[in-house]
Design a protein around this ligand. Structure first.
Ligand SMILES: [Zn+2]
Length: 474
């Protein structure tokens, strides 16, 4: 008994020590140089670019190629210094690749964005989706957040730097795709080109995280989350069979019943929660700013391994999705008529995989939940990306530019839950980061791919500031 009490006291001492040490790691204030931004020009140029209806289509032949070509010409015209200082190439169907020569070619960087947008339902918008109008300090239009703003941020920053005679330390590439939303061939074409020419980027930055509020319970500061990886994506089909016939004389379980049971099994048996690298990084960064109890948990994860599943659920949907392979049943079909027993019933499941769960392991998990007469197979499968470093020079450059621009924010790695073109670059670069240079409220994040997408104009300035601070380090 005595020993248990001593052990308990020692344990609590270790936990408190860790929690306090965690807090002590917090950084003090630092001085940051201001960046001059030509805010009017940035707003006007973004407004101009929003007016191009660059809606991509999975079938490239159905894409309005003239609009895309006009957009590319306009972008180059709006930024004459960048255009004059670059070697320029078009690759794939729609990709633009600018190369700005640096003092060295040893550690090149790639800044990415895409200029295609998802379709709109025009009558649901308060202002026309391609109006590009600025109303009460807010710029309206499809593509403002996702992600013509980051393209403008990169171009504005570089345009002014070049005017002042700037030359980057290392070669700088700008890679702009026009078919990201439909998983097109542009980004892969750029990666192929770079690989064929022996270009190995030390840093790639594309859209992804943002400066967000209210994601962690009890944390009052904004958190700037930089994606260091993306999950894999798969589509799995479950099929149940049964003898058909008239519904007036049914068996105990029809194909639909068997299928339903399997789907319930699937939901009741989630993949195991784990502290992935991005989540460990997030806990380390956010820990010092969280309430004491959470700080204690974050600082002593080894102790709470058995409770990870519960913890993931308590911390909410996004954190949960960063900690495990997730499964969502999205489609189902039985017979074509209400009084006909189905011979076959199918359900489709969307799977988002952590990068230490491969297709065979996922298949084994799915097989284990299938009830009698139910089988499952993968229809499509795409690997998760490896994780970028959070110790490298590349990381510290991005971290510094973010921290200097959003000075009250905690800067942290995270796992990006959506997909982006940048995953293609993992083939030729370890340090691929995903950060959309904006502070976005929950409501604003909800506007992405939604009606009434719009952005407050002061956020354009911050976006330019961020890219300026990053580019001068590259
Ligand atoms: Zn996007």
């Amino acid at each position: 008994m005595k020993i248990i009490i001593i052990l308990l006291i020692a344990l609590i001492a270790v936990m408190v020590f860790n929690a306090v040490r965690f807090k002590a790691a917090d950084n003090g204030p630092r001085t940051v140089e201001d960046v001059k931004v030509n805010g009017d020009r940035a707003q006007q140029n973004l407004s101009t670019l929003i007016k191009f209806e660059t809606v991509s289509n999975a079938d490239y032949d159905k894409t309005d190629k003239a609009v895309f070509a006009a957009y590319r010409a306009k972008l180059k015209e709006l930024y004459p210094n960048v255009t004059a200082a670059s070697e320029y190439k078009e690759l794939g169907n729609t990709a633009m690749l600018f190369k700005i020569k640096g003092k060295s070619s040893e550690n090149p960087s790639v800044l990415m964005s895409h200029y295609d947008v998802v379709p709109v339902e025009e009558d649901r918008w308060q202002h026309p989706p391609f109006c590009g109008e600025i109303i009460d300090g807010v710029l309206w239009g499809r593509g403002t957040i996702d992600t013509k703003i980051t393209m403008v941020g990169i171009m504005e920053a570089l345009e002014d730097l070049l005017a002042d005679g700037f030359m980057p330390e290392n070669d700088l590439y700008l890679s702009f795709g026009g078919d990201e939303e439909v998983g097109g061939i542009s980004a892969p074409a750029i990666v192929d080109y770079m690989e064929a020419n022996g270009i190995k980027p030390a840093l790639v930055l594309d859209e992804g995280g943002a400066v967000v509020d209210g994601v962690f319970p009890g944390v009052n500061k904004p958190i700037a989350v930089i994606g260091i990886g993306e999950k894999g994506i798969a589509q799995v089909e479950f099929t149940a069979t049964s003898s058909g016939g008239h519904s007036s004389t049914p068996p105990v379980h029809t194909a639909v019943g068997k299928l339903a049971k399997t789907i319930v099994n699937l939901e009741n048996k989630p993949f195991k929660a784990q502290v992935t690298e991005p989540v460990a990084g997030l806990f380390r960064k956010v820990g010092p700013h969280s309430p004491f109890a959470l700080r204690m948990v974050f600082g002593n994860m080894w102790l709470f391994k058995g409770l990870l599943g519960r913890l993931a659920s308590v911390l909410g949907g996004e954190i949960n999705a960063m900690m495990r392979t997730t499964v969502a049943a999205t489609m189902a079909q039985g017979s074509k008529q209400h009084n006909v027993l189905p011979n076959v019933a199918t359900a489709n499941v969307n799977v988002r995989l952590l990068n230490n769960v491969n297709q065979q392991q996922a298949q084994a998990h799915f097989d284990s939940v299938c009830s009698k007469d139910v089988t499952c197979r993968f229809i499509s499968y795409q690997d998760a990306s490896p994780y970028a470093s959070t110790e490298s020079q590349a990381w510290h450059k991005v971290e510094k530019a973010v921290g200097d621009t959003w000075r009250d924010a905690i800067v942290s790695p995270y796992l990006m839950l959506a997909g982006s073109d940048s995953r293609r670059f993992s083939r030729i670069c370890r340090d691929v980061y995903k950060f959309s240079a904006m502070a976005l409220s929950k409501e604003e994040r909800g506007l992405i791919h939604n009606d009434n997408e719009r952005i407050a104009v002061e956020k354009i300035d911050q976006c330019v500031e961020f890219f300026h601070r990053l580019i001068v380090q590259l």
